[in-house]
Design a protein around this ligand. Sequence first.
Ligand code: NAD
Ligand code: TYD
Length: 350
Amino acid sequence: MKKILITGGAGFIGSHVVRLFVTKYPDYHIFNLDKLTYAGNLANLTDIENAPNYTFVRGDIVDADFINELFETHQFDGVIHLAAESHVDRSITEPMAFVMTNVVGTCNLLNAAKNTWKASGYEGKRFYHVSTDEVYGELHNPEDFFLETTPYDPRSPYSASKASSDHFVRAYGNTYKLPIVITNCSNNYGPNHFPEKLLPLMINNILHSKPLPVYGKGENVRDWLFVVDHARAIDTVYHAGKEGETYNIGGFNEWKNIDIVRLVCKTMDSKLGRPEGTSEQLITYVTDRAGHDLRYAIDATKIMNELGWKPSLQFEEGLEKTVDWFLNNQEWLDNITSGNYKEYYDKMYS
Ligand code: NAD
Ligand code: TYD
């Protein structure tokens, strides 16, 4: 039985990756390593928590001794690394947390993989780093897209920490011949999205008739992909991606922030039976984010042509599924906004 370590599996994207691997590959044993920071929530995984091929481990990737011991004990065949501090606004107020988890934590995992795999041999092993398109900086010309060859130009503490960890992953591939692969994905949306990020924050505020804070003029552009399609892409690259390569993941789906917020308002009004235009009245323009990147847009031709992956959902369908999920899981949202979800797991794992 192959043993795969997935880090950050209690978070937004990680939970979808864990679910996909646990259910699709009964011959793999999936270890989910997560510190359960504010962003980690085991309620994201209740449907698979008792699966025989699944084990949850609470732990911090910044703790090198703990990571080395974990790798020694389990002798993983593969690592899919998602654990990270992931929110740009938090990286502006607390940059060092991003340096520790995203840079030092990634290096701890690289060292542990290198040391345990050196003894057993690299054959059949894989270290997969899940990264972001934000490492490429921002785009101004509407005809430009991020390619795998676009030079790195990170502009926020978050993107700088992810760029740094990408560089370390490539350096271990080059120097120690560690079998690595990296993907850089656009903005995700979908079930289990933590309500500090744009779409779930808007959905939650509309539910409670609270102001919808749009940064600056709402002119910034993001490229949105349904989270399950990202998880499917990770499955594809883990199994079929070429060693040492980078693949960009995205759905060619760009939206100006103000337009996507208006669409969320319209969808919510219709689902909640409120007159059209009710939620739009909540839109409030607020001070812009410091150093706010103007536009991200991924060219995903490489993964589509070389590995045959493509998104399964049109955006309107994905957004409707997402809104339905949040409306049907208001307890999940309330447990987060009240802080109850943290108290419960902190007690359970203390
Ligand atoms: P998230 O914040 O929802 O989840 C991160 C998870 O990592 C949480 O469960 C948290 O508890 C865990 N974690 C944080 N610090 C840890 C530590 N020191 N040790 C162990 N676990 C720790 O993040 P997400 O949005 O699911 O993103 C997952 C990965 O995908 C990140 O690496 C992120 O950079 C990347 N990514 C995210 C997006 C996006 O749109 N959200 C897009 C592209 C790439
Ligand atoms: P976010 O979801 O934080 O993702 P990222 O910064 O990684 O792209 O933000 C998406 C976009 O929405 C970004 O341009 C910032 C903007 N935004 C707002 O206008 N208001 C908000 O309250 C938030 C959280 C984000």
